[in-house]
Design a protein around this ligand. Structure first.
Ligand code: NAD
Length: 247
């Protein structure tokens, strides 16, 4: 059984389709058009998602793929923080015991290749996220002038959150990895192309392989990371971006 957040659109929908095509039973989580309709920007929504996933898998979960996320065009900036960071860690941690009871269990988090574009390591917003201080992170980010930083730094923090958990998850024999997609044709990317603040930057991105990604390109990478062939991959961050990060 695989639980997938953000399952109603883009990368999450492609991941769900791929797992189903490979014979998995899936539990999709999204705001709407999903098995579990939950708002991951709220504590109550995250708790609902966790308890309904646990009920749906009978307490033993094999795969967890966290795709739900918001792009930099979304306002207020704190909403990006709530979904992209807390909507991930607040599912990862309470679902670890159920994953530990699963078969070849692992989780994959969708991060972003924009996570390392700026130097966010000691940014108060990132520090607050990593300290799990949601109120502080939201307050700091809403004072910033740019939702772009809100997005990139939320992905920077989520990548570090994945790596920080390697010891604990390894002890439980549950693999945890992240995928960093580059620009992928989904409604989220379209929102950024429609936003005059980011349109030019996205259109000018250099992608050595000469095209943007499709959701299936990312789903293929998630499928690889979650499968037996990646059995010794843990705490890793894998880029799938047509070479964009290398540029
Ligand atoms: P998308 O908009 O197609 O899908 C995102 C999904 O998340 C939607 O179905 C949406 O309803 C859901 N979601 C948003 N807020 C939610 C909330 N509060 N509660 C529950 N669900 C919520 O976008 P996508 O491009 O497929 O994004 C998937 C992931 O990939 C995101 O984490 C995004 O940051 C990441 N990503 C995307 C790109 C890209 O270029 N598309 C690049 C790098 C990373």
């Amino acid at each position: 059984i695989a639980a997938i957040t953000g399952s109603a659109s883009g990368i999450g929908a492609a991941v769900k389709a791929r797992f189903e095509a490979e014979g998995f039973e899936t539990i999709g989580v999204d705001l709407r058009n999903a098995d579990i309709e939950a708002d991951l920007s709220t504590e109550a929504g995250r708790a609902k998602a966790v308890s309904e996933i646990l009920a749906g898998c009978g307490g033993a979960l094999d795969r967890l793929v966290l795709c739900a996320g918001l792009g930099s065009s979304v306002k207020p900036a704190s909403l990006i923080c709530k979904v992209n960071y807390f909507g991930v860690v607040d599912l990862l941690d309470p679902l670890l015991p159920a994953l530990a009871k699963g078969s070849q269990p692992n989780a994959v988090v969708i991060c972003s290749n924009s996570a390392q574009i700026g130097d966010f390591s000691d940014h108060p917003y990132v520090v607050a996220m990593l300290e799990h201080n949601e109120a502080e992170a939201c307050e700091v980010v809403d004072k910033l002038e740019s939702s772009i930083i809100a997005y990139m730094a939320s992905k920077h923090a989520v990548g570090r959150a994945v790596r920080r958990r390697a010891a604990e998850w390894g002890k439980a024999s549950v693999r945890l990895n992240a995928v960093c997609p580059g620009p992928t044709n989904t409604p989220l990317l379209q929102g950024c192309i429609d936003d005059p603040l980011t349109r030019e930057a996205i259109e000018n991105l250099r992608i050595p392989l000469g095209r943007r990604g499709e959701p299936e390109d990312v789903a293929n990478t998630v499928w690889f990371l979650s499968g037996e062939q990646a059995n010794w991959m843990h705490g890793s961050i894998l880029y799938v971006d047509g070479g964009n990060d290398a540029e």
